[in-house]
Design a protein around this ligand. Structure first.
Ligand SMILES: [Zn+2]
Ligand SMILES: [Zn+2]
Length: 266
């Protein structure tokens, strides 16, 4: 019997900073005892300023075909997803058009731009004032993301700690709950993204405290490895399952055609 949850966050070679095709991920998942994966490559941008980190528009059809090939191989369940960056200039026309152009099973919403990405605790610019402002801005943006109504799941919800700077608990208690309220109002889920264990943050995204605040609001969770190589499928999932349960979660969201249903955690 499978005890590991679906892995709803993976990337392919098309994003130019990951390796492997959906079929490779499906094979790796089957070997690891993961019954279901979602392919969630980065959405293409119009007039892309950074074509080196995501697929081009003309590659989108190839992406759909690669996912279909993995589905047809019947190694595990393979969902069609996408990781759609929240940027103010994309949410008006571009993202709605892309999200309408295919039958997605789930859409991840995420924030990738900001000084937090590689800001380490020993960086001289990481003053308490700067860290506070960086966190305030980040969670305001996360609430904006939720209010667009475009997304099903918040990806790596507290990745603002990526470089290893953990904001004071008192500050987080002030600024995170409003963002969670926006996520709950949007009917979205939040993933436990296990890539954080391998970053400077050295823990899952989100933290145990945030998982508990999610539980209070009835925000469901799912599990994503954010794999950039098939060998990373389901990384740290045993730990993440224990973390979810420690925060009081008993179910996870399962997605089909952008509709979540709750299934018990094994
Ligand atoms: Zn991401
Ligand atoms: Zn990702």
């Amino acid at each position: 019997m499978n005890t590991l949850p679906a892995d709803t966050h993976t990337h392919t070679r098309l994003c130019r900073h990951a390796g492997g095709d959906p079929l490779d991920y499906a094979r790796a998942a089957a070997a690891r005892g993961i019954p279901e994966i979602a392919c969630t490559d980065h959405v293409y941008f119009p007039d892309d300023p950074q074509p080196s980190i995501r697929m081009k528009q003309e590659e989108f059809a190839e992406y759909l075909a690669l996912v279909r090939a993995a589905q047809d191989a019947n190694l595990c369940t393979v969902l069609l997803g996408i990781e759609a960056d929240y940027q103010r200039d994309l949410v008006g026309e571009h993202l709605p058009a892309v999200l309408d152009s295919a039958e997605f099973d789930l859409v991840l919403g995420s924030l990738h731009t900001g000084p937090f990405w590689d800001l380490a605790p020993d960086d001289p610019t990481a003053t308490p004032e700067f860290v506070e402002q960086m966190n305030r801005t980040y969670y305001l943006r996360m609430a904006e993301l939720a209010r667009t109504g475009l997304y099903d799941v918040c990806a790596h919800f507290d990745i603002v700690k990526r470089g290893g700077i953990h904001a004071p608990e008192k500050l987080l208690a002030e600024i995170v709950p409003p963002a969670l309220d926006a996520v709950a109002a949007a009917g979205m889920a939040i993933e436990i993204n296990t890539s954080g264990y391998d970053h400077g943050a050295a823990e899952a995204y989100p933290s145990l405290q945030i998982l508990a605040w999610m539980k209070e609001r009835g925000i469901p969770l799912c599990f994503g490895s954010d794999s950039h190589d098939p060998s990373q499928i389901g990384r740290h999932f045993e730990k993440a399952l224990a973390l979810a349960k420690a925060a009081g979660h008993t179910h996870r969201a399962q997605f089909r055609r952008r509709k979540p249903t709750l299934v018990p955690l094994a």
